[in-house]
Ligand binder design. Structure first.
Ligand SMILES: Cc1cc2nc3c(=O)[nH]c(=O)nc-3n(C[C@H](O)[C@H](O)[C@H](O)COP(=O)(O)O)c2cc1C
Length: 258
């Protein structure tokens, strides 16, 4: 397997995908393969190095993935046979990502060498959090990620394409309307009694949706990655003022790293 460098472009709202990406990196590095981890939201996809083997890692959202991930993939340059693999993390079901992504990448000339979906704890609208249960799911997920990385090394990974249903399901997360509806139904609310105006939420937002005016102000671009809610030290941001529990898989400092 790969003598070249591997560059994994990842997006993680609340840390699950980051943990999985790091587990994959560890396995590659144990095999003396050089790995670079790069945040999708900080990268111009047009400028990626096509000599590297490319990895894509992201969460499932609305049976597909977040618009920012779709946009990243859409803007990847055409190539002639650059090897690429993907991994997504999800609570229970996707359906609208593995197939459509394969087609998109193949049309751009990539060689699709592996796709894996890994179950991790849910991070959306949770009534309560049970760390013990979550940790078991995380441990299993990390184990799966390691097995997947080993399969990639042995050239045994597969990228199965589920046709038709997958293309149909992907329309949900690929179109703008469901996201707009989400913003209407579930507005993010800042509790001014709790907010200490530290600005962490604005720094963390991957789509520059938060303006630090007097208090954080959510504009109309939110993709519901849950980052601002989960990493607010004061628990000052909520959905619709409801008491959902914020889930996070890593500490704030892991998220703030470049
Ligand atoms: C807006 C939103 C939509 C989601 N949609 C799905 C979904 O369709 N299917 C699923 O299994 N999980 C879904 N999830 C759960 C996440 O995919 C899962 O918790 C993921 O591991 C989070 O990764 P992260 O911590 O790296 O952000 C959704 C989460 C969010 C925030």
């Amino acid at each position: 397997m790969p003598k070249n460098k591997i560059e994994i472009f990842y997006f993680s709202g609340t840390g699950n995908t980051l943990l999985i990406t790091k587990a994959i990196k560890d396995v590659f590095e144990k095999h003396n393969i050089n790995v670079i981890l790069t945040k999708m939201e900080k990268t111009n996809p047009k400028e990626i190095n096509k000599q590297h083997i490319i990895g894509l890692a992201f969460p499932v959202a609305m049976q597909g993935t977040f618009p920012l991930v779709w946009n990243f993939v859409r803007k990847l340059p055409n190539t002639k046979g650059t090897e690429i693999f993907m991994v997504d993390t999800l609570k229970e079901f996707s359906g609208g990502i593995v197939g459509p992504l394969k087609r998109l990448l193949k049309n751009k000339g990539y060689k699709t060498i592996g796709a894996k979906e890994i179950l991790m704890p849910g991070n959306l609208l949770r009534r309560n959090i049970n760390p013990e249960k979550d940790n078991k799911v995380i441990d299993k997920g990390i184990q799966k990620a390691k097995e997947y990385a080993n399969a990639i090394i042995k050239k045994k990974a597969k990228w199965h394409r589920l046709p038709f249903l997958s293309d149909f399901l992907s329309l949900v997360s690929r179109s703008k309307r469901p996201w707009k509806l989400l913003r209407r139904l579930y507005p993010l609310v800042v509790d001014r009694k709790k907010c200490v105006k530290c600005g962490i939420c604005a720094r963390l937002c991957p789509v520059d949706n938060i303006e630090m005016a007097d208090y954080p102000l959510h504009k109309d671009k939110c993709q519901y990655c849950m980052r601002c809610i989960s990493f607010c030290n004061e628990k000052a941001i909520s959905i619709n003022n409801k008491n959902y529990s914020a889930y996070k898989a890593v500490p704030l400092k892991a998220m703030l790293k470049p």
